[in-house]
Design a protein around this ligand. Structure first.
Ligand SMILES: NC(=O)c1ccc[n+]([C@@H]2O[C@H](COP(=O)([O-])OP(=O)(O)OC[C@H]3O[C@@H](n4cnc5c(N)ncnc54)[C@H](OP(=O)(O)O)[C@@H]3O)[C@@H](O)[C@H]2O)c1
Length: 417
């Protein structure tokens, strides 16, 4: 299969190298591993706690280039043992469920903050070239312990870029090498514990869909988009960068309707109201960040606030530039309607498997056609595949937007100086 230019660039850089993936048995880890296995790496190390998940993966993949290491990011010793000889790190290990972090916030502190600190410090000590840390939209203006600890993970990780030597090319080879950067993205569609598999199981069981707040919006990113983001960050990272992929969003009501349509089920909903620790909409980048962001097409690069360790610059020197930028939120990004949601859902391998469709690339039959075929009936003309699935976006009516989100994000942030 032809490689995208991005995958080809990364494949060239990774040839003969060793990569460590913390949290490599999770949804992200498995997906990035799939992409990395198409490249010519020397070794890929999977680092996580649970031996059963590792064992299942080891048996399934049976690949001598993949090494499985039991360890815990909370233990610097175990991280150090995994880090020897590593060239690049993708740091995905985390506690990421909002309720569990809310109930046990110190556990989130130990894993998401202290664990990330261990990974970054160990990478620097071992002369690793690059560390890419995975963060989330919930880290921006956080309202729950998960988001708060991921926000601090970003601060802790990126403070390494402020070290006067790290990533600058100065100092001893060990001190100067490591570039630490982060990526931030919103909900990964169909990831473990997310709402789409929940809706699917509720529909299959004939139960009503539990909808929190119909007008609540969320960014929509397929897992393949998250992998592209991390490869893009890998290819372009400078010390302290945060990369963000521009993504469409939809309301929870439209997501429920789109899912029910695809499964050809009538939409029954049970409205439960907003849950503890939830926001009406998520923010991927704050206006303050967007003022120093570089628009890179499908991505933004938020550069580090590069004021170094000079306290005076924090206390006495502000910025007189006029702020003309809004936060980039799931309320003011491009909005998918039900049809757009349906088409995007149809590109997901999990949804295609659920509907017994072929891979997205071959455009496969529509759900109606697949059902007709399964039932041994002729495929109606209206159910034959038409154009390839494409994200269709509709503008958000101004009335639906919060006051702070007047401009359509996705356009270039501007700051008048
Ligand atoms: N999924 C999303 O929607 C989403 C959105 C934005 C950002 N992210 C970020 O992307 C990253 C990966 O998410 P994911 O969806 O792949 O999560 P996931 O499926 O829950 O996987 C988490 C991984 O981390 C490992 N892990 C957890 N605690 C650990 C510890 N203390 N030490 C070592 N390994 C540990 C887990 O394995 P063991 O349990 O065996 O240790 C597992 O391999 C996270 O940082 C998350 O915040 C995810």
């Amino acid at each position: 299969m032809a490689r995208s230019p991005l995958t080809a660039t990364v494949a060239k850089a990774l040839r003969g190298k060793t990569v460590l993936i913390t949290g490599g048995t999770g949804s992200f880890g498995r997906a990035v591993l799939e992409r990395l296995r198409t490249m010519d790496l020397a070794q890929i190390r999977i680092f996580s706690r649970d031996e059963l998940k590792q064992e299942l993966m080891r048996v399934e993949l049976s690949d001598p280039k993949i090494q499985f290491i039991i360890g815990d990011v909370r233990s610097r010793e175990s991280v150090d043992a995994a880090m020897r000889g590593v060239d690049y790190v993708f740091h995905a290990a985390a506690l990421k469920q909002v309720p569990s972090c809310e109930f046990f916030p110190m556990q989130a502190v130990y894993t998401n903050i202290i664990g990330s600190h261990n990974v970054v410090e160990s990478a620097i000590a071992h002369g690793v070239d690059r560390v890419i840390c995975l963060s989330t939209d919930k880290a921006v203006q956080p309202v729950n312990a998960m988001g708060m600890t991921k926000a601090l993970m970003e601060k802790v990780a990126l403070s390494a870029a402020r070290d006067p030597l790290v990533g600058t090319g100065r100092g001893t080879p060990r001190e100067r090498r490591t570039i630490v950067a982060a990526v931030r993205y919103g909900n990964v569609m169909y990831s473990r514990g997310s709402v789409i598999p929940l809706f699917v199981s509720q529909i299959r069981a004939g139960r009503p869909l539990t909808i929190t707040e119909p007008g609540m919006t969320r960014f929509l990113l397929p897992l393949s988009g998250a992998i592209d983001l991390i490869l893009f960050a890998f290819a372009h990272a400078q010390p302290g960068d945060i990369f963000i992929r521009k993504s469409p969003a939809c309301t929870v009501a439209d997501l429920a309707q789109g899912t029910a349509d695809l499964l050809e089920a009538p939409l029954k909903v049970h409205h439960i109201g907003m849950r503890h620790g939830e926001k009406l909409y998520e923010t991927l980048a704050s206006r303050e960040e967007l003022r120093r962001a570089q628009d890179m097409g499908d991505y933004w690069r938020v550069r580090m606030d590069g004021r170094g360790l000079e306290y005076a610059k924090y206390f006495t020197e502000g910025d007189t530039g006029e702020v003309e930028v809004d936060d980039y939120t799931s309320h003011n990004t491009e909005r998918l309607d039900v049809e757009g949601v349906r088409r995007l859902l149809l590109t997901l391998p999990e949804m295609r498997a659920e509907l017994a469709l072929g891979p997205a690339a071959d455009r496969g039959p529509s759900p109606r056609a697949a059902r007709a075929r399964r039932n041994g009936k002729a495929v109606p003309a209206s159910a034959r595949p038409t154009a390839p699935a494409r994200m269709e976006r509709v503008a958000t009516p101004d009335a639906d937007r919060p006051r702070t989100a007047a401009r359509s994000a996705g356009s270039r942030p501007r700051a008048r100086r």
